[in-house]
Design a protein around this ligand. Structure first.
Ligand SMILES: CC(C)(COP(=O)(O)OP(=O)(O)OC[C@H]1O[C@@H](n2cnc3c(N)ncnc32)[C@H](O)[C@@H]1OP(=O)(O)O)[C@@H](O)C(=O)NCCC(=O)NCCS
Length: 176
């Protein structure tokens, strides 16, 4: 991705998710290689990343998740998901998951753009309350606070970095 290149964000319906599996997997692979705590442990291969997105694609097909991707030209540089499936007493609640931007495309507003689109799509699906959790002290925490998310608090030792070190998690919510 070159400086100043225009970013386009679009929602991927299930056939598009399957068509973009390699691009999505490449982003997840790059993010885990970069040491981010996003569910997966090192070593983490492209094939494992593809498998993860095959699972997400199945949930998109079932209407349980929505998935957005950011493109710089033809290159898929970032992605985010909204988990739509919720218990019967929380039909208005969604959860943001897997906000991922490849290292070469960072600090150019890609994540912020993805989140703006994700919030809009979630609202269009009838979601008026969103929640998420993220590693305490990492860049994403600054991003969410900047775009109006409310911090609930910190859960110590919630997860692990890919190399096995423990990390705390900060829980956020936003009313749409
Ligand atoms: C967190 C992440 C998604 C941010 O992606 P990005 O495209 O670089 O973010 P943006 O360019 O949209 O950032 C918008 C603003 O958020 C804040 N921000 C983003 N990354 C930051 C960082 N590393 N440190 C401090 N602030 C940061 C800044 O205020 C930034 O604005 P600025 O660049 O004008 O200062 C990306 O670093 C990433 O994929 N990290 C690994 C995976 C991860 O932690 N995902 C979140 C899981 S919930």
């Amino acid at each position: 991705m070159s400086a100043g290149e225009q970013i386009g964000v679009r929602r991927l319906r299930s056939p598009d998710v399957f068509a973009q599996l390699d691009g999505l997997a490449a982003v997840l692979h790059d993010v885990v290689e970069g040491g981010a705590s996003v569910s997966y442990m090192a070593p983490f291969s492209h094939a494992q990343a593809r498998e993860a997105f095959e699972g997400f694609a199945a949930e998109v097909e079932q209407g349980r998740r929505l998935l957005l991707a950011a493109f710089a030209g033809d290159e898929l540089v970032g992605t985010v998901q909204v988990i739509l499936a919720a218990p019967p007493n929380q039909p208005h609640r969604g959860e943001i998951a897997k906000l991922l931007v490849r290292r070469s495309a960072r600090r150019r507003g890609v994540a912020q753009l993805l989140m703006e689109h994700a919030e809009r799509e979630a609202l269009a699906e009838g979601k008026t309350l969103l929640v998420l959790d993220t590693v305490t002290g990492d860049g994403a925490e600054c991003l969410y606070a900047r775009i109006g998310w409310i911090k609930v608090g910190v859960i110590p030792g919630y997860a692990l970095y890919p190399d096995g070190r423990p990390c705390d998690t900060t829980v956020f919510w936003k009313s749409l």
